[in-house]
Structures are given as structure tokens and as C-alpha cells.
Design a protein around this ligand. Structure first.
Ligand SMILES: Nc1ncnc2c1ncn2[C@@H]1O[C@H](COP(=O)(O)OP(=O)(O)OP(=O)(O)O)[C@@H](O)[C@H]1O
Length: 292
């Protein structure tokens, strides 16, 4: 039985990047980045092509080493862990790759079974039960015996998600989960990742260009600009942010700028939200005064 629901979510499964730097030759790609991937939330890393999102994600999962600074998982220093320690921690990480990265010669069921065969001590019966549970959760039970070549791109992503969650990870990393998908299928994938994150109290990190994802799923957003963290907030803050670089990136077209204004007006109609916004603005100006 899981007792996760009894734990205060914000204290668990947090990932912290502390002053991380990464260069290739004399090109500095990550320039002293400090950021937090918040526990139990869908954390998005956004930014223009080449701003360092993928390098940052690779550093977080240990596919690349940082040159300076460190990465902490729930207060455990990942950067300093030895091979055995990292292996142990990696069991708690699920990954959804951009290409879905399924094994072409294996059925959907066998693909989802793969991490269990690698890392789980359960019996075949228990493992099969878990695979079917996960396939059911992503609405793919009927496709269990199919090969990847026989299913659509959106279905492949769902198989990838089922495989990523089969070991019940605490952390889920998704590299551009909507690439190559139509807008409607993208929404289904976003919704699924969001639901699973909240159901399982995972800390999810998504690297994305998709503005729908930003607006619908961004519990916490880190905006990268030329290797630095330019802005951090959530999908409501983004609507009112005055950060020019962020606004130029997110609301790049006339259409999106109009959509932003409409969303602002909608949000102001909500009395509770208005009160909260007022309080936040006042707290902000108090902090500013204190700093002056
Ligand atoms: N292994 C590597 N060797 C040398 N340079 C690299 C390497 N990996 C990434 N880079 C460089 O680091 C920079 C940032 O790359 P990164 O892939 O993190 O960008 P990104 O923000 O994820 O872009 P995109 O949205 O297009 O995927 C790029 O200029 C890239 O060429």
C-alpha cells in the first residue's frame, strides 16, 4: 500500500539544480543555473532552440556530467553519488524519449515489460499484471500484442508512457513528448502525463516547445534564455509576467498576444483569483521596498 498521499508533497521528491555549469570546448552552454523542479508537479523547461534545455535535462539524469555545481534529488547529492548509488536512484526515474524509443521487434506488452525484467524481482505473473495495469491506464490494453509498426505515433507515445511508469517512479522525465503529434493527440498526451503526475505524486520534468502544454500543464515553468534561467513561475504567472524576453518567446504572434489579453480578462473576472493576485502584488512590492 502507498502512503504517499499522507506525505506533505512539497517536501518530497524535489530536484534542485545548484549553480550548474556545462561547456563544450570553449562554448558555455549552461551558465550557472540554479532552479528547482518542484515535488508532485509538472515542471516544464521551455526556451528557444539551442538555449540548453536538453543539456540541462541530460545533466539531471546523469547522461551528461556538469562541469561545476551539483544536482540534488530530495536532498541527496546526485552529482557526487558513486556508480552503485546512481544506479539505485535511476530505478526511481522514468523516461519518455522524444522518439518513444520502442524496441521494434517486441510487442507493446514486451516493451512495457522490459524495465520490469531488468529491475524487478517479481514473478512473471506479477509482472504481467503490472504491465496490463499500466497499459489499461494509458488505454492501450487492446494493443498489447501489436508491434510498434502497427500502431500510430500517439499510441507509441502512450506505450512509452506506460513503460516509463511501470516501475512506479518518483521522477518522470519527458523530452518533447508532443513532437510529431497533431494538436488533439498532443492534448491527450499532456492530459495523461498531468493526471499520472498528480495521481502518483511524481515529480515530472518536461522539455517542451508546445505552448498548449505551457498553458494547460505548467504547474511550474523554467524559461531558459541563452543558457541562463531567465524566468520561473507557473502558467498563471506567465499571463501577467512583464519579462520582455519571456513575452517575446511565448506570445510571439499577434494572435497569441490577443489570446493572452483575453485570458487576463477572464482571470480578472474570478473574484478569488483577483484577491490572490492583489495579495501577491502587495507582497511583491513589500519585498521590493525591503530590498531598497
Ligand atoms: N554533445 C554535445 N557536444 C557539443 N555541443 C553540444 C552537445 N550537446 C548539445 N550541444 C550544444 O549545446 C547547445 C544547447 O543544446 P540543447 O540541445 O540543450 O538545446 P535545446 O534548448 O534543447 O534545443 P532544442 O529545443 O532545439 O532541442 C546547442 O548549441 C548544441 O549544439
Amino acid at each position: 500500500m502507498s502512503f504517499q498521499h499522507l506525505l506533505p508533497g512539497n517536501l518530497y521528491y524535489m530536484i534542485e539544480l545548484v549553480n550548474i555549469k556545462k561547456s563544450f570546448g570553449d562554448r558555455e552552454i549552461l551558465k550557472d543555473v540554479t532552479a528547482t523542479m518542484e515535488s508532485g508537479k509538472v515542471n516544464l523547461i521551455i526556451g528557444a532552440s539551442g538555449s540548453g534545455k536538453t543539456v540541462m535535462m541530460k545533466c539531471m539524469v546523469g547522461l551528461m556530467e556538469v562541469d561545476a555545481g551539483h544536482i540534488q534529488y530530495d536532498k541527496q547529492n546526485f552529482t557526487n553519488l558513486d556508480v552503485a548509488g546512481r544506479k539505485e536512484l535511476r530505478k526511481q526515474i522514468g523516461m519518455l524519449f522524444q522518439s518513444s524509443a520502442l524496441f521494434d521487434s517486441m510487442t507493446v506488452e514486451q516493451n512495457v515489460m522490459f524495465p520490469l525484467d531488468m529491475f524487478s524481482m517479481g514473478t512473471l505473473r506479477e509482472k504481467k499484471k503490472r504491465v496490463l495495469e499500466c497499459l489499461d491506464r494509458v488505454n492501450l490494453k487492446d494493443a498489447a500484442k501489436k508491434l510498434p509498426a502497427e500502431i500510430s505515433g500517439g499510441m507509441k507515445k502512450r506505450v512509452g508512457i506506460a513503460r516509463a511508469i511501470v516501475l512506479n517512479p518518483k521522477y518522470l522525465f519527458c523530452d518533447e513528448p508532443n513532437s510529431g503529434l497533431d494538436p488533439q493527440t498532443s492534448l491527450v498526451i499532456d492530459q495523461l502525463i498531468k493526471e499520472l503526475t498528480h495521481e502518483n505524486n511524481m515529480t515530472t520534468v518536461i522539455n517542451t516547445h508546445d505552448m498548449n502544454t505551457v498553458m494547460e500543464s505548467g504547474d511550474h515553468i523554467v524559461y531558459m534564455f541563452q543558457g541562463q534561467k531567465q524566468w520561473e513561475g507557473n502558467n498563471k504567472d506567465i499571463i501577467f509576467s512583464k519579462d520582455q524576453k519571456l513575452n517575446d518567446f511565448i506570445f510571439a504572434s499577434e494572435f497569441l498576444r490577443e489570446a493572452k489579453e483575453m485570458r487576463q480578462m477572464d482571470m480578472f473576472k474570478d473574484k478569488d483569483w483577483r484577491e490572490q493576485f492583489k495579495k501577491q502584488a502587495e507582497a511583491g512590492s513589500d519585498e521590493k521596498k525591503a530590498a531598497e
